[in-house]
Design a protein around this ligand. Structure first.
Ligand code: DQA
Length: 149
């Protein structure tokens, strides 16, 4: 299985660190990417890290991942709760998909409790802060490299 992991981030996550820090914390997306690169390196994985405020770009990256990636970590932001199109794209991708939310969405407004992406995700993280991304990578490393890795 490919050791390349796509880490995809949806709308408003470019403002991480400045956006509602009481909910999303003070780390920026650049910090998150650096943490992910460190974890990936220790686990023998390679990553492509992307963020977009445009739904179609996220869909295009999922299509690209189909040919090259061994897993996807996705924080679709608000598209989580609205996007059948992202769900459909993920349904065309066979390797493991982990859905990652910085905040504990089930403790928040009712409209955040439903996720279209969860219909496809093999695992879901919510409320681990930005650490959720590296936890998701650790899990993918296990799935790809085996239990002793
Ligand atoms: C989020 C939760 C979503 O409800 C919200 O729209 C986001 C971020 C999270 O990481 O906690 O943009 O996905």
């Amino acid at each position: 299985m490919s050791k390349l992991i796509f880490i995809l981030n949806g709308p408003n996550l470019n403002l991480l660190g400045k956006r509602q820090p009481q909910i999303y914390g003070h780390e920026t997306l650049v910090d998150v990417e650096a943490d992910c690169r460190k974890t990936a390196a220790t686990r023998g994985l390679d990553i492509r890290f992307h963020q977009s405020n445009r739904e179609y770009e996220i869909i295009d990256w999922i299509h690209e991942a189909r040919d090259v990636a061994g897993g996807i970590v996705i924080n679709p932001g608000a598209f989580t709760h609205t996007s059948v199109a992202i769900l459909d794209a993920l349904n065309t991708f066979e390797p493991p998909v982990i859905e990652c939310h910085i905040s504990q969405v089930h403790k928040r407004e009712a409209f955040r409790h439903h996720s279209f992406v969860s219909h496809r995700a093999d695992a879901v993280l919510a409320g681990f802060g930005t650490q959720g991304y590296t936890l998701a990578l650790e899990r993918l490393a296990r799935l790809i490299n085996g239990p002793k890795a």
